[in-house]
Design a protein around this ligand. Structure first.
Ligand code: UT7
Length: 336
């Protein structure tokens, strides 16, 4: 009997048109292009300006792109996992709304929230469902409208985050391709260092919490940075060692795009040459759940069947980990 592995078989992505550049941020907060570029690697980010549209809008666009490019019938999808830290509403799953909107009426759907590691954890969950033999088409979407929780007077967060969405389809593979191994961890010590303080069950929304401006994302950047550098590098090194992978065996690193310096530290620990480290942080900033799929989306044309890819992420909570995946296809030529 052939073992089932879970492989990525189609990819989609979407970012809104509006570009918020470092130059424009210079006019909003006390910062400058040189500081942002050298400390983070970010040049610009995309913002969903329409106040009537939430994260679901971004997710639907990315999913529709995947369906069109991959020639996937939405009625064949079994499950949709919506990785997001910015659901449309606190209650009423955003994934369910997205599933109905794209016509995936035979699917069930739910949201998965693990801050910037949401998509990485989602890869694990999606793969487990496929490997179990229970479901054949699992759509994993990573989407965040970070601009909805950013305080544009706070220079420690507004320079970093952007909006975007990416989607991948996981399907059974019988050649041993797809997800090979995962190392996922979390540590509640992180809760105080990166959070939205109010609006949840601990501190429900009140006039006071609004007056005190406690509904936006805040972080102790320095502390988060230290944990991120150590843990993303540790996880990536560990997954390589555990699978007897040398730097020559790894074709690509797909890292969470939070800060170029965190990515460089991870790549350096893996002893990876620069050309194997995939980055689009300069264009989009940190799109939270969307960073990994947007990297896949932007660089899909480079991937070849059998390529060894290491995914790594770190996020609030804290949450982090690394995944070893073998790519399953050469880029299909779109004849449309
Ligand atoms: O996705 C997972 C979650 N997030 C992260 O992984 C983010 C992790 N943290 C970071 O990326 C970095 O900590 C930041 C980009 C947020 C900040 O960079 P940093 O190198 O840690 O800066 P810092 O907070 O240590 O500040 C250094 C200096 C300070 O000035 P002094 O005290 O040295 O005079 C800050 O006041 O830079 C100043 N500064 C700024 N200057 C211009 C802080 N933010 C800014 C800014 N523009 N936006």
């Amino acid at each position: 009997m052939n073992t089932i592995t879970a492989a990525v078989t189609a990819v989609g992505g979407y970012v809104p048109d509006f570009v918020l550049s470092n130059k424009v941020l210079e006019t909003i907060v006390d910062t400058n292009d040189e500081w942002i570029t050298s400390r983070t690697g970010i040049k610009e980010r995309r913002i969903l300006k329409d106040v009537d549209k939430g994260t679901s809008y971004l997710a639907i666009k990315a999913a529709e792109d995947l369906l069109a490019k991959g020639g996937v019938n939405p009625l064949d999808i079994d499950l949709i996992i919506m990785a997001t830290a910015t659901p449309d509403m606190p209650v009423a799953s955003t994934g369910v709304y997205v599933a109905t909107a794209i016509g995936a009426t035979n699917a069930f759907a739910f949201d998965l929230e693990a801050a910037c590691s949401s998509f990485l954890y989602g890869m694990s969950v999606a793969s487990a469902y496929v490997q179990s033999g229970k479901y054949k088409k699992v759509l994993l979407i990573g989407a965040d409208k970070m601009s909805s929780i950013v305080d544009y007077t706070d220079r420690s967060t507004c320079i970093i985050f952007g909006d975007g969405a990416g989607a991948v389809l996981f399907e059974p593979n019988y050649e041993g391709l797809g997800l090979q191994d995962e190392y996922l961890r979390s540590d509640g010590v992180g809760r105080d260092f990166l959070k939205i303080d109010a609006g949840g069950s601990l501190h429900p929304t009140s006039f006071k919490t609004v007056e005190e401006n406690r509904h936006n994302i805040v972080q102790d950047g320095k502390t988060v940075f230290k944990y991120a550098v150590t843990n993303m590098a540790d996880a990536s090194e560990l997954i390589m060692k555990r699978n007897d992978l040398t730097n020559a065996d790894v074709d690509w690193l797909v890292p969470h795009q939070a800060n170029k310096r965190i990515i460089d530290a991870t790549a350096s620990r893996m002893n990876l040459e620069e050309s194997k480290v995939l980055m689009n942080i300069e264009k989009y900033g940190n799109t939270t759940s969307a960073t990994l799929p947007l990297v896949i989306y932007d660089f899909e044309h480079l991937f070849k069947k059998g390529d060894t890819i290491i995914f790594a992420a770190f996020g609030g909570g804290f949450t982090w980990g690394a995944i070893y995946l073998k790519w399953a296809y050469d880029k299909k030529i779109n004849l449309n």
